[in-house]
Design a protein around this ligand. Structure first.
Ligand code: SER
Length: 386
């Protein structure tokens, strides 16, 4: 299943079940306390807190979206199978539930229906995690019971603490709640074989987290306390790239249709092989994609905030390019491929094509200049010594 088909299937599945499709918000959030949009729920934060009415603004309390996200916390991990700076998150929401809400029961039912009935995934490979209780917040027995009722055996339901199974808030304060995750067991051959290997194993990637269901019932306040929200909400998130990789039988999204053209182009231009240079290729592909999106949203390389992150990403991609002998100017053709791949989903990429290319070229030239003057200084120092 090509990635675009997955995106459409997800949106349609929830639309057919009474959800309103909401377009992705910008990568640059309205909330100035956070640099980037890192989760699908961010544009709905005030609705989840009960401060705004989703029916007034969207015509429904049940929403679905495919959200552009950008995370920098894992930048050093880029190059492995699962991390990206830019990625997309599929999600569905039930906001400010009354008796028409679907809360845990409905969120779990829909998740299984989409994965098993729609995508034909093997349910016996799912392992579920639930919140085991911490910080005066009770263990989520309710979720465990619902999973059991829906045919997940008790030995495939694992309990974790706050670090793994309590989500949010996105900034210091905001809506949050216990979560329940669906992990896909790729099989023993991917495992470490250790006793206790399971979701979030620190030694292997046998289990892949595919869907996070957050039961938003709390609000973390300025004092760091968890207050009960006046309403219950459902907030869910699927890492689009991860699910696409699983459905295409690939170990990593870098090997799916999402990145194929970019990886092939790097092979052609460098004359090097992806298999032997995986980490470098993946970093270049990831950074070309994420910097194209940031430039399209009007971020300019600088030494501050979002601009600093963009500059870091651009300089990183240029440095890694040199490791496989890519010549200055290699980035823009990769960005063309990013635009080709995404312009139908995110039309501003096409409209901003010249801004994206000019931004990349300018930074590339500045970086070259900095490198040249650095090298000149080193040469002078060496000469002085002799
Ligand atoms: N907010 C949760 C997450 O980002 C679920 O959407 O994982």
């Amino acid at each position: 299943m090509v990635s675009e088909e997955l995106r459409q299937k997800f949106l349609k599945f929830f639309e057919q079940r009474g959800h309103k499709i909401v377009a992705s918000s910008s990568l640059l959030p309205a909330d100035p306390s956070v640099l980037f949009t890192t989760a699908g729920m961010q544009q709905f934060s005030l609705y989840l807190s009960g401060k705004k009415d989703p029916i007034a603004d969207f015509g429904s309390r049940h929403l679905v979206s495919c959200q552009k996200c950008f995370r920098t916390g894992d930048i050093e991990e880029i190059g492995d199978d699962t991390h990206h700076t830019f990625f997309e998150m599929l999600g569905n929401w039930s906001i400010g539930e009354d008796d028409k809400g679907y809360f845990k029961e409905g969120a779990i039912k829909y998740a299984l229906e989409f994965l098993v009935d729609e995508l034909k995934m093997d349910k016996s490979r799912f392992t579920i995690t639930i919140f085991k209780g911490e910080n005066n917040i009770a263990k989520d027995d309710e979720a465990a019971q619902i999973w059991l009722k829906n045919g997940i055996p008790a030995e495939r339901i694992k309990e974790f603490g706050k670090e793994d199974n309590f989500w949010g808030p996105v900034s210091a304060v905001g809506p949050c709640g216990p979560s329940s995750e669906i992990h896909y067991d790729r099989g023993e051959e991917f495992g470490c074989g250790n006793e206790g290997c399971g979701p979030s194993c620190e030694f292997c990637k046998r289990f892949v987290e595919i869907w996070n269901l957050v039961f938003m019932q709390y609000y973390k306040n300025e004092k760091g306390e968890y207050e009960l929200l006046p309403q219950t909400n459902i907030d869910t998130g699927i890492g689009f790239e991860r699910l696409a990789a699983l459905l295409q039988g690939k170990k990593s999204a870098y090997e799916t249709d999402i990145f194929l053209a970019i990886i092939e182009k790097i092979e052609q231009t460098s004359g090097k092989n992806y298999e032997q240079n995986k980490k470098i290729f993946r970093i270049i592909a990831d950074h070309a994609r994420s910097s194209a999106f940031l430039l399209s949203e009007g971020v300019k390389p600088s030494n501050l905030g979002q601009g600093y992150i963009l500059r870091r990403i651009l300089r990183r991609v240029m440095r890694y390019g040199k490791l496989i002998d890519l010549k200055t100017g290699f980035l823009v053709p990769l960005m063309d491929l990013v635009i080709d791949k995404y312009e139908s989903v995110y039309p501003p990429l096409k409209e901003n094509k010249s801004i994206i290319k000019a931004g990349a070229e300018e930074e590339e030239q500045k970086f070259e200049k900095t490198l040249r003057s650095g090298l000149k200084k080193i040469e002078e120092m060496i000469e002085l010594k002799h």
